[in-house]
Design a protein around this ligand. Structure first.
Ligand SMILES: C[C@@](O)(CCOP(=O)(O)O)CC(=O)O
Length: 390
């Protein structure tokens, strides 16, 4: 692989052994993927920092990088950890509180922004054709598909290595030649919001190639639900949205096969609807909620008082909002909302006690069914609130 003089210095240890090791890993992976050079990144997003996912070995790994001088050479944000940073939530377990704080201390010590969110694109909007090294599949697919930026789906350690070196390998979705839509997926016209999660799950399971979507929602709130689900059940890093994805960031193959999605094919992902005697956990915030979504929630709840008996509404939001939106979060808490800041049920342990989860998130449904063995019913944002508050 071709390395610049600066990269050679780094790999030879002139910037410390952590940077040298990190660059060696990136070069090895790049060589395996046929990269001929490295590319500087403007933003790394590091996933895999939750103690309940990475445990003691992960904590020790991050500690070693920090203690041996690993520091960010690119703007870097981090994914959610496993604790509620404001301490409001009764549903997210506090089991690993101290361990997570230790991890957070090392991450912040390396110069990473304490965002604790899976929607880093709302914190720093990626530009068209900017090279990024992001972990967290929902963030990756939004960066490529909505903003037209360029990032592969990195695992946590590789995004960490990119943060420390400021580089990633020039392969995969960094090259226009690999951003070619080969299937056209035609969604049913006027599909209601209830089905966006299911649509994503269907695409992830049934389509391997990069598709171009027709009749997809065009606003980022609906798209983040649809694309996150597709990236959870499948391996996509880019799904072209017809009429929205910046045109210069992808190509369309000369032989595009058309696939029509029938609404009936989506039903199996929806799950059964809750019955009146079941204890319902409503969940919104996967991917994390944007401030506008928080304001919608406040609007919906201004006419409600408290959840119906035995029900609860869990809402997960970026850690970075904790201070800015404290009044809003306090309002939600007083309405009985279980607000979890800087975490989510996918990267934490839950205190259970519910018969069924009602959520608008296909990604949450995918993981909660598998990780926590929970029954999940898919619905729309507003109907989740209705299911809990009546
Ligand atoms: C559990 C976690 O890996 C989310 C699922 O991964 P992904 O959506 O495939 O990137 C996130 C994390 O550990 O930070």
């Amino acid at each position: 692989m071709y390395l610049t003089r600066e990269q050679e210095k780094m790999i030879n240890g002139e910037y410390g052994w952590v940077a040298a090791k990190a660059l060696k890993v990136i070069v090895k992976v790049g060589e395996a993927l046929g990269a001929e050079k490295l590319v500087p990144i403007t933003h790394a997003h590091v996933s895999g920092i939750s103690y309940s996912n990475i445990g003691e070995p992960g904590l020790l790994f991050i500690k070693e990088l920090y203690e041996n001088g690993g520091r960010s050479r690119a703007y870097t944000t981090v994914n959610p950890g496993c604790i509620d940073l404001l301490g409001y939530s009764h549903i997210i377990s506090r089991e690993y509180y101290d361990k997570q704080l230790v991890i957070n201390k090392f991450l912040e010590g390396m110069g990473f922004k304490p965002t604790y969110t899976c929607i880093p694109y709302f914190h720093r909007i990626p530009g068209v054709n900017e090279h990024l090294a992001w972990g967290e599949s929902n963030a990756v697919i939004i960066a490529n598909s909505f903003y037209g930026a360029r990032t592969n789906r990195e695992g946590g350690p590789l995004a960490l290595a990119a943060a420390i070196t400021g580089y990633t390998y020039y392969a995969g979705l960094h090259l226009l030649d690999n951003r070619v839509a080969e299937k056209k997926i035609v969604l049913p016209k006027n599909l209601s919001e209830d089905y966006y999660g299911a649509t994503g799950l269907w695409i992830g399971e049934h389509v391997r190639e990069i598709p171009i979507l027709e009749n997809a929602p065009k606003n980022i709130y609906d798209l983040k639900i649809l694309l996150a689900a597709a990236a959870a059940s499948g391996s996509h890093g880019l799904i072209v949205i017809d009429g929205l994805t910046p045109r210069e960031t992808y190509r369309i193959s000369d032989h595009v096969e058309k696939i029509f999605v029938e609404k009936t094919s989506l039903e199996k992902y929806m799950g059964e609807e809750p019955s009146s005697d079941q204890r319902i956990l409503g969940y919104i915030g996967c991917p994390h909620l944007h401030p506008s979504e928080l304001f919608w929630l406040v609007k919906y709840l201004s006419e409600k008082s408290s959840p119906r008996r035995d029900n609860a509404l869990l809402v997960s939001i970026p850690g970075i909002y904790a201070e800015t939106y404290r009044d809003l979060l306090e309002f939600l808490r007083l309405r009985g909302v279980d607000v979890a800041v800087g975490t989510c049920p996918i990267v934490s342990r839950l205190k259970n006690g519910f018969d069924i989860v009602v959520t608008n998130s296909g990604k949450a449904a995918f993981y909660l069914r598998r990780l926590h063995g929970l029954k999940v019913s898919l619905s729309s944002f507003k109907k989740v609130v209705e299911a809990v508050y009546g």
